[in-house]
Each structure stands twice: as structure tokens, then as C-alpha cells.
Design a protein around this ligand. Structure first.
Ligand code: UDP
Ligand code: MG
Length: 202
């Protein structure tokens, strides 16, 4: 028995399909989906937020918001889900994105969390960019444009890949090839999660 939060980190380039696959996982397995980007966008849109402007700049630049902000939003939501809905299994989507995120998370959260896996969606850059540009036609996001995307891809390569490599050395990475139709990708995702669950119960 444990009363820790169970967590799967979901990582991959912009447009790799993290949010889409998380929605499918939620339907099938009932976990709670926490998109760090969505939480930051919501905080940015709060008229009274003291961090709104700082967050807005980072999102548009494709750079990374200081971990104290992101981590506190994630922690607040995890606490709320556990207290209000008795949910304790979380998909944390789009985090940790760099070493600062990793260090901040580890010092604040590692004692409260069972990290089950880091699920990585592997997708060629060109496909990622094309998907985001397509999404940009209707998403209303300030960063689904060519200039922001170049920076986001660069940030992913320079800052997020080392985090993935860190977790790979910890034997926590499960990788899925994401350049396929979403249902096909989900078949692989489902198998991985079922395996994680069976290890959980054994
Ligand atoms: N972001 C951040 N820290 C996070 C998650 C997101 O700073 O932990 C910011 C960052 O500027 C990023 C943007 O939010 O480029 C959009 O992130 P999101 O995860 O929504 O984009 P996705 O990767 O899903 O396309
Ligand atoms: Mg997303």
C-alpha cells in the first residue's frame, strides 16, 4: 500500500501527439491528464496572475517557464484530484522539459511520487512541424506558427532530449513511433500501459 501519486510522464516534440494520445489513455484507463502547457496557458489567461506576462513570453518564444511556476500548478492539480475525486494516477504531459524542470521536480515532488514510466512519442521534426502548422489554422495558439515552431523544435532537441536520455539511463523510457495514424499509435500505447499496470499489481 502506498498513498503516493502515480505518474507517467509523456514527452515528445511539439505535435508528436501527446495530447491526442493522452485523451485516449484517459478514456481507456481513467487516469488524470495534466498537460503542463494547458495549465500554463490557463494561468497566463488569469487576469490576476502575477506570472501571466512571463508565461506568455516563454510560450511565444518556445522557451521554458521556470520550474517553480510549472511545478506548483501541477502539484495543485494533483492534490485537488486526489482530495476531490480520489484519483491518484496521473499522465503529466509535456513536462519535464529541461534539466531545471527535472531538478525542481525531483527536489519538490520525488518523495510524493511513484514515477512509473516516461512515455516518449518519437516523431520526425518535419512531421511535427506540419502537424502544428495544420493545427495552427484553428488552435488559436500563439506558438503554432513557423517562427515559434523553429524555436520549440530547437528547445526540444537541446533541452528536452537530455531529460529523455537521463530517464533512458534510469530504464524508465518506453518509446512509441508516432508517425502513424493515431489509432495505430494507440495500440502500442495500450500495450505499454497494460504492462505497467500488470507490474503495478504484481
Ligand atoms: N511550457 C513550459 N513548461 C512546461 C510545459 C510547457 O515552459 O512544462 C511552455 C513552453 O513554452 C512550450 C509551451 O508551453 O513551448 C507549449 O507547451 P505544450 O506542451 O502545450 O506544447 P506541445 O509540446 O504539446 O505542442
Ligand atoms: Mg500538447
Amino acid at each position: 500500500m502506498t498513498d503516493k501519486y502515480n505518474v507517467i510522464f509523456i514527452l515528445g516534440g511539439p505535435g508528436a501527439g501527446k495530447g491526442t494520445q493522452c485523451n485516449k489513455i484517459v478514456k481507456e484507463f481513467g487516469f488524470v491528464h495534466l498537460s503542463a502547457g494547458d495549465l500554463l496557458r490557463a494561468e497566463r489567461n488569469e487576469p490576476d496572475s502575477e506570472f501571466g506576462e512571463e508565461i506568455a513570453q516563454h510560450i511565444k518564444n518556445g522557451s521554458i517557464v521556470p520550474v517553480a511556476i510549472t511545478c506548483s500548478l501541477l502539484k495543485r492539480e494533483m492534490k485537488r484530484s486526489k482530495e476531490n475525486d480520489d484519483k491518484d494516477f496521473f499522465l503529466i504531459d509535456g513536462f519535464p522539459r529541461n534539466n531545471d524542470n527535472l531538478d525542481g521536480w525531483n527536489s519538490e515532488m520525488s518523495g510524493l511520487v511513484n514515477l512509473k514510466s516516461v512515455l516518449v512519442f518519437d516523431c520526425p521534426k518535419k512531421v511535427c512541424v506540419d502537424r502544428c502548422l495544420e493545427r495552427g489554422k484553428t488552435s488559436g495558439r500563439t506558438d503554432d506558427n513557423k517562427t515559434s515552431l523553429e524555436k520549440r523544435i530547437q528547445t526540444f532537441t537541446d533541452s528536452t532530449m537530455p531529460v529523455i536520455e537521463y530517464y533512458r539511463r534510469e530504464n524508465l523510457v518506453n518509446e512509441v513511433s508516432a508517425e502513424r495514424p493515431e489509432d495505430e499509435v494507440f495500440e502500442d500505447v495500450k500495450r505499454i500501459i497494460q504492462k505497467i499496470q500488470s507490474e503495478n499489481n504484481s
